[in-house]
Design a protein around this ligand. Structure first.
Ligand code: ADP
Ligand code: ADP
Ligand code: MG
Length: 448
């Protein structure tokens, strides 16, 4: 049984986890960096401990400091949230060795899936359709050229340890490949301390469709429908929705079953997301699996009425899933917009600073996941996402209307936000008629 969780994260996801624990009668320990002394997660947890200075490397990524804190505070488990150490196999392994329950899959599974090229090979062997490309890591520029000739340009070079949309580059020709090869390797090394890269055929005009799964430690698993995360900027998601307007019942079931096959093949446990790209002809290809709770998890919660964080904790406690696949029902439609502290007119430059006034939207079917409050100072050190506005309604049309109304109501004074940019997307005719692919922002959203 889990009695005391150390939340190894900050921001809205730390708050989200603390709330779930409190509702379950579980005590919480927040960790915070010096700059987060007054952060909401620090204040809301039952106990809090400072783990170091602002830079992530010295605090939220400092494994030793976090594990020491867990021991000092008497936590029996760690919830890693998303980002930071959530997909760090070494961290999960050290938790296992210390007898701290890591709320997520086993460290060996994280390790396998964290290596995106190896994960693809494993999935391919299990009969999961994958994006065509190199068979694992590319060892030389010559090999890269050979593979590109074979699968035909345009191709993509991707960092094997990549995440957060980084370390990905489109390559259109042999000439471009020469330069891109070195660049992506350098980027991969700098961002992920691993210069292994792999190649994929560029899927043209794709939709990003992902399947949420839950798997307990007794061999039971279910999928909770899909999320359409096609609205992206620089390979990072901005607006997500479920169900996808372009997925029919048959495709949904097919993708769900394939996701479960992947889960069983590798002995995956806890919550996870299998990401696919869907091409124009509705063929879908495995891209990667995220071994953690995802930023956009609330939209799945809205339509399934299942609390994913609580499920994660229950699974980690050794409980059996309460649901069989036939029990999973989807009610209506949900959409999320990520609100960032940034200025779209200045090339999306981050806009940290003090929030001098704040008005959050509400009403039927509106949920706001955030850790900001009036008077709070957003540090420049971390991710610029400050809130997620989530709408739930009968159908896509109603959900767009609700989300538009809610986002327009939101007032965050003292800093710049992407609120107007989000509203422009929600008002775009192509968005409304679902006539778009992952290049939507690039093609449709020229910032004035
Ligand atoms: P999700 O897959 O949950 O939708 P994203 O794809 O937006 O989340 O980001 C993946 C992970 O990387 C998240 O856990 C997020 O915290 C982190 N992340 C987001 N942006 C960046 C960034 N610019 N650099 C590094 N990590 C990032
Ligand atoms: P990350 O680990 O950073 O989330 P992903 O492999 O999930 O990286 O890719 C992020 C996004 O990049 C995808 O959602 C998609 O928009 C784009 N992308 C990745 N691979 C391809 C591909 N082979 N063809 C077209 N787009 C791709
Ligand atoms: Mg991804």
């Amino acid at each position: 049984m889990i009695k005391k969780v150390l939340v190894a994260n900050r921001g809205e996801i730390a708050v989200r986890i603390i709330r779930a624990c409190r509702e379950m009668g579980i005590r919480t320990v927040a960790i915070y960096s010096e700059v987060d002394k007054n952060a909401l997660h620090t204040r809301l947890a039952d106990e809090a401990i400072c783990i170091g200075p602002a830079p992530s490397k010295k605090s939220y990524l400092d494994i030793k400091s976090i594990l020491e804190s867990a021991c000092i505070m008497g936590a029996d488990s760690i919830h890693p949230g998303y980002g930071f150490l959530s997909e760090n196999a070494k961290f999960a392994k050290m938790c296992e060795e210390l007898g701290l329950k890591f709320i997520g899959p086993k460290s060996n599974v994280i390790e396998l899936l964290g290596n995106k090229s190896k994960a693809k090979q494993t999935m391919q062997k299990a009969g999961v359709p994958v994006v065509p490309g190199s068979n694992g890591v590319i060892k030389s520029k010559e090999e890269a050229q050979e593979i590109a000739e074979k699968i035909k340009y345009p191709v993509m070079l991707k960092a094997s340890s990549g995440g957060g949309g980084k370390g990905i580059r489109i390559v259109n020709s042999k000439e471009e490949l020469d330069k891109a090869y070195e660049l992506v390797k350098q980027e991969a090394k700098a961002s992920f301390n691993d210069d292994d890269i792999y190649m994929e055929k560029l899927i043209e005009n794709p939709r990003h469709i992902e399947i949420q799964i839950l798997a307990d430690e007794k061999g039971n698993c279910v999928y909770l429908g899909e999320r359409d995360c096609t609205i992206q900027r620089k390979n990072q998601k901005i607006i997500e929705e479920t169900p996808s307007s372009i997925i029919d019942e048959k495709t949904r079931e097919k993708m769900g079953q394939i996701a479960l096959k992947a889960v069983k093949e590798i002995g995956y446990t806890n919550a996870g997301t299998v990401e696919f790209l869907l091409d124009k002809n509705k063929n879908f290809y495995f891209m990667e699996m995220n071994t953690r709770i995802q930023v956009e998890h609330p939209i799945t919660e809205m339509v399934t009425d299942i609390d994913l964080i609580k499920e994660q904790i229950k699974i980690a406690s050794g409980e059996k899933l309460e649901y069989k696949q036939k029990d999973i029902k989807i009610f209506g439609c949900s959409m999320e917009a990520r609100i960032n502290a940034e200025n779209p007119k200045k090339n999306f430059m981050p806009s940290p600073g003090t929030i001098t006034g704040l008005l959050l939207p509400g009403g039927k079917g509106i949920r706001v996941d955030t850790a900001i409050y009036s008077g709070y100072s957003i540090p420049a050190t971390y991710d610029s996402m400050i809130a997620k506005v989530i709408a739930h309604g009968k159908n896509r049309q109603e959900v767009i209307a609700k989300l538009k109304s809610a986002v327009a109501e939101l007032v965050v004074e003292g800093i710049d936000t992407n609120v107007d940019f989000i509203l422009d997307i929600l008002n775009n005719e192509k968005f409304i008629t679902s006539d778009y692919d992952t290049s939507f922002i690039e093609k449709e959203m020229l910032v004035k």
